[in-house]
Design a protein around this ligand. Structure first.
Ligand SMILES: Cc1cc2nc3c(=O)[nH]c(=O)nc-3n(C[C@H](O)[C@H](O)[C@H](O)COP(=O)(O)OP(=O)(O)OC[C@H]3O[C@@H](n4cnc5c(N)ncnc54)[C@H](O)[C@@H]3O)c2cc1C
Length: 401
């Protein structure tokens, strides 16, 4: 009997399992997850922390769902894969054999070296959210000073949580800009102004050297009295258990446009996958909910024999202290040949152009830009056509390379 084995019970792995069951009612389906929970929404974790969403509503599946679907959810930590024997070994010593293996392991949060310190916080799992919520609920507004490391989406979630408590916050940026892969200086400056209006002081080119629960010291020689330190410094999907098995790993587990790895019958999806994107025509690695879900759905088709390329334009959108921040498609400055900037004064949209086509964008504030941008990327239209469709708009075209 065919056995579909899935590593990771997040949205990508669970959606794949659900879709596999729809397509194949008799095969065996097993999810190996190192989190002892049914599927839950990471997107809702900040809302749970603030109390807007009750804890039980963060869970998207109930334990009974897995039984109803005849999907076996095994709480196991994958340790190694043998692609010749087609087996997976877990930390508890269990061995699972597979006919087809899907890697949907998401990413491992990069932790600060002072993680043992009880006042250091990260935000990836529901346990992280429980811990953060406990701390925030126990301390009154206006009572503390917070420290924050990072300039991306997770750091912005913490910025909002601290600002809601009216805690003075020191934000430490290793470089010069927020969202360094997708914002230019002007977008970053606008965001910095916005954060400053919520008592968040930004320290650029600053790295923390130590934190003892009371005092944070920087490599550059600064010292800050801080009651809580949070970090959003990214995730890594360079799983050694995949690369050790001979599965190609770049920034993530590498796949082609069919979400197949270099090893037969091994696939990868979601935050952990570095895949060939047919819309923007390059190998990309993006982490957002919609991409993880839709890749999970798509790979089930490929795994059951309907081998079509994955083609979708996705985005990561978040709302921070009253403004929207959105990354659409291939929102990578480093891979853009040109940028078209639309400056709204209070917001800014950057369009990334490569090979005479719109491939991605970053949006600060004017979220209404997102839908037309998504449509334009999807259409694969040339820059000339794009200019024609923007004739009523003042644009500022700059070469960046
Ligand atoms: C706080 C927060 C807010 C977010 N907000 C947004 C948002 O507003 N919009 C948006 O688009 N995206 C958002 N995201 C990102 C989004 O949640 C992710 O893109 C999405 O959850 C990725 O799903 P996934 O299934 O690929 O990976 P994951 O959800 O990370 O699931 C992978 C699972 O695999 C498990 N695993 C890893 N290694 C092993 C192993 N060796 N053995 C067994 N299991 C293993 C992991 O523990 C995890 O449970 C947010 C993320 C966070 C943390």
């Amino acid at each position: 009997m065919t056995h579909y084995l899935i590593i990771g019970g997040g949205i990508a792995g669970t959606t794949a399992a659900e879709q596999l069951r729809k397509l194949d009612s008799t095969s065996e389906i097993t999810i190996l997850s190192n989190e002892n929970h049914p599927l839950y929404s990471r997107v809702l974790l900040p809302h749970y922390i603030t109390g807007k969403t009750p804890r039980e509503r963060v869970f998207l599946k109930k334990p009974e769902w897995y039984l109803d679907q005849n999907i076996h959810l095994a709480i196991q930590e994958v340790q190694s894969i043998n692609v010749y024997a087609k087996t997976v070994l877990t930390a508890s010593g269990a061995v699972y054999s597979y006919s087809k293996l899907l890697i949907a392991g998401g990413g491992i949060t990069r932790h600060l070296p002072w993680n043992g310190e009880e006042r250091v916080y990260h935000l990836q799992t529901i346990e992280d959210a429980d811990r953060t919520k406990d701390f925030l609920d126990q301390h009154a507004p206006n009572s503390l000073k917070a420290g924050l490391i990072g300039g991306g989406f997770i750091a912005m979630e913490f910025a909002e949580l601290f600002a809601n408590k009216h805690w003075d916050t020191h934000l430490f940026l290793r470089g010069e800009t927020f969202f360094s892969q997708t914002f230019d200086q002007a977008s970053s400056d606008l965001l910095e102004e916005h954060l400053a209006s919520h008592n968040i002081t930004v320290h650029k080119h600053t790295s923390l050297a130590s934190y003892d629960g009371k005092m944070a010291k920087t490599v550059e020689g600064g010292a800050f009295a801080i009651d809580i330190l949070a970090a959003g410094v990214g995730i890594s999907s360079q799983f050694s258990w995949a690369s050790d098995a001979g599965i190609q790993v770049g920034t993530g587990v590498r796949t082609n446009e069919f979400l197949e790895t270099n090893i037969p019958d091994v696939y990868a999806v979601g935050d952990c996958a570095e895949y060939r994107d047919m819309v923007v025509d390059r190998q990309i690695h993006i982490g957002n909910w919609m991409n993880a879900q839709m890749q999970g759905r798509h790979v089930a088709l490929v795994m059951t024999g309907d081998r079509k390329p994955y083609e979708l334009v996705t985005s990561y959108a978040t709302h921070v202290l009253g403004i929207d921040i959105v990354a659409v498609g291939d929102a990578s400055i480093a891979y853009a040949e040109q940028i078209i900037a639309r400056d709204y004064g209070d917001g800014r949209t950057l369009l990334f152009i490569r090979s005479d086509r719109l491939v991605g964008a970053s949006v600060l504030k004017h979220n209404t830009d997102r839908a037309p941008i998504t449509a334009m990327i999807k259409s694969k239209q040339s820059l000339i056509e794009l200019y024609q469709s923007l004739t009523d708009v003042t644009i500022d075209l700059r070469e960046i390379h």
